[in-house]
Design a protein around this ligand. Structure first.
Ligand SMILES: Nc1nc2c(ncn2[C@@H]2O[C@H](COP(=O)(O)OP(=O)(O)OP(=O)(O)O)[C@@H](O)[C@H]2O)c(=O)[nH]1
Ligand SMILES: [Mg+2]
Length: 229
């Protein structure tokens, strides 16, 4: 399986060093379970659960994992690229397995370090993607507003999420490619109706406008934060 995993990018708005520094502000060694030796990466990862005070600190950096799923070609990688750097590419290659982006964002609720997992939409990679539902706090299910069948499959992606993700995971639907209004097959009314019935939220996005993508992730983070606090 490892052969299919690749590192998409390191944090674009916060360097790894800044991340560790921020994190250490809240470090409480008395809460650490140092256990067996780990690599430096996993030490930082473990400190998230074992070594930090639970009381909210003003400069606390919270860490959430967000999985992005949906049919092949709906624009998952483009959304993530837009979130990373604001870039849009007309011609992309299908994702093989999963890729990662780490980025820190600031919201009214504070700073959040997000590990965003981009997944392959092609069926042949489903078995590789499934384990990545396991310890996420949020999932973005993307469909293409110009392709009805990608919206019909949202039901299947919700089922996968319910089957494999933690019970309290927060889901947002992203109706992507809203710039292609003339080719629209899925109305926003139908999407909101479906979202309400399934107790999730929906937003329409275009990877061509980074502000629509930033809002998507900010809304999801706020929902996760409100659940956890
Ligand atoms: N017009 C328009 N095109 C988009 C948008 N988002 C993605 N695309 C295009 O859609 C095609 C597929 O985009 P990808 O981001 O590779 O799709 P994906 O969901 O990652 O596909 P898989 O990796 O195969 O699962 C590319 O040609 C993109 O340029 C958008 O918001 N608007
Ligand atoms: Mg992709």
């Amino acid at each position: 399986m490892k052969a299919f995993l690749s590192l998409f990018s390191s944090s674009s708005s916060t360097s790894g060093d800044e991340f560790v520094e921020d994190y250490n502000d809240n470090f409480d060694p008395s809460k650490c379970d140092f256990g067996s030796p780990t690599t430096s990466d996993t030490t930082v990862e473990e400190s998230s659960s074992n070594c930090h005070t639970t009381a909210q600190q003003p400069n606390e950096l919270r860490r959430y994992k967000i999985l992005v799923v949906g049919d092949s070609g709906v624009g998952k990688s483009s959304i993530i690229s837009s979130f990373k750097s604001g870039d849009f590419n007309e011609s992309t290659s299908p994702t093989i397995g999963v890729e990662f982006l780490e980025k820190t964002i600031n919201t009214v609720d504070g700073s959040f370090n997000l590990k965003v997992i981009d997944s392959a939409g092609q069926n042949m990679f489903r078995a590789i993607v499934k384990p990545f539902f396991r310890d996420i706090q949020g999932v973005v299910i993307v469909y293409d507003i110009t392709d009805q069948k990608t919206f019909d499959h949202v039901r299947d992606w919700i089922k996968l999420t319910n089957d494999y993700a933690p019970d309290d995971v927060k889901i947002v639907l992203a109706g992507n490619k809203k710039d292609l209004e003339e080719d629209r097959e899925v109305t926003f009314v139908d999407a909101t109706d479906f979202a309400t019935k399934n107790n999730v939220i929906v937003a329409e996005t275009t990877a061509k406008q980074a502000n629509t993508i930033d809002k998507l992730f900010t809304d999801l983070v706020e929902r996760i934060f409100k659940r956890l606090n």
